[in-house]
Design a protein around this ligand. Structure first.
Ligand code: G1P
Length: 308
């Protein structure tokens, strides 16, 4: 359900200023967010998800050397004209889609000071009466799409801030922001928990739970004030997790929506490749052939491995 209006999110902030070092050498010239999942860049998948959640504005935090991300959302008159002349309607619609989805706004982050710093820069992009906003990390694909709408429902009920959580195996928690959650309250929906603390990338043995933050946040405007008051945390960076933890200690309601779906990490080749395979298998044109090819490749590898 699309929620424009009072319950709906109007602005989604997309931190996209990272150097993409795990994708070098490709990211020497192509921003990580423009790498295609089958044929569509991750940033367009995010824009689509944001638009579906009702957002009209995509506040993209970019770095000076990553102008191509904003370029991607403009019109391409010559290309469009050529495709139109040749009657390539399907391609023409694909070219136009990003520009039609949502209004992008660029915000430059000159220095890589952390996710908390990046989100803090978006304050000026919000209208004065916007009480909350979304954050979508473009490294995380959360499927099926729609968790933001669920999070908006939860915020409408409980107020404050609402984050998306996944449950992960214990040995993976130290890659994430981890939630300390209360026992489910009576009458509380099964997928919702109140958060009583949050810690960024703890050691497995110190982690308060196996519920982790996965790239979708619905944040109350109060976060900006908290972001101004935190000091550098994990990795010497200003952490969004620390600002959320600060709000919790001050009594601000924070809840998680436990998402029962799948997710892909587009932030490194090890997660990007399975995402391409997953989307490829579902693709009407490429799916059937890819399925057969994957079986063949696996069989070849099994033979090679048995000869080692
Ligand atoms: C960021 C956040 C972390 C969150 C993760 C989700 O970490 O700091 O709390 O769990 O995204 O992908 P990053 O993966 O950017 O190091």
């Amino acid at each position: 359900m699309t929620q424009a209006g009072s319950n709906g999110v109007r602005t989604v902030v997309v931190p996209a200023a990272g150097m993409g070092t795990r994708f070098l050498p490709a990211t020497k010239t192509v921003p990580k967010e423009l790498l295609p999942v089958v044929d569509t860049p991750g940033i367009e998948l995010i824009a689509e998800e944001a638009a579906q959640a009702g957002a009209q504005r995509l506040a993209v935090i970019t770095a000076p050397r990553k102008q191509e991300i904003m370029e991607y959302f403009r019109n391409f008159p010559e290309l469009e004209h050529t495709l139109e002349e040749r009657g390539r309607t399907e391609q023409l619609n694909k070219v136009r889609h990003a520009a039609e989805l949502i209004r992008p706004v660029a915000i430059e982050q000159d220095e890589p000071l952390g996710l908390g710093h990046a989100v803090g820069l978006a304050e000026g992009a919000l209208e004065d009466d916007e009480e909350f906003f979304g954050v979508m990390l473009p490294d995380d694909l959360v499927l099926p799409v729609g968790v933001m709408e669920r999070m908006a429902e939860v915020r409408a009920q409980y107020g404050g801030s609402v984050l998306c959580a996944f449950e992960v195996p214990e040995d993976e928690v130290s890659n994430y922001g981890v939630f300390d959650v209360e026992e489910p309250e009576e009458g509380c929906p099964a997928d919702v928990r109140r958060v009583r603390g949050m810690v960024e990338k703890p050691e497995a043995e110190e982690a308060p739970s196996t519920f982790v933050a996965t790239g979708r946040y619905l944040l109350d405007r109060a976060i900006f004030d908290a972001l101004r008051r935190i000091t550098p945390g994990k990795g010497g960076e200003l952490q969004l997790t620390d600002a959320i933890e600060l709000l919790i200690t001050e009594g601000h309601p924070v809840h998680i929506v436990i998402h029962e779906g799948k997710r892909h990490d587009l932030g490194n080749p090890g997660g990007y490749i399975p995402a391409c395979v997953d989307f490829g298998l579902s693709h009407p044109t490429y799916g059937p052939h890819l399925r057969r090819t994957l079986h063949r490749i696996l069989a070849e590898h099994e033979v090679e491995d048995s000869q080692d």
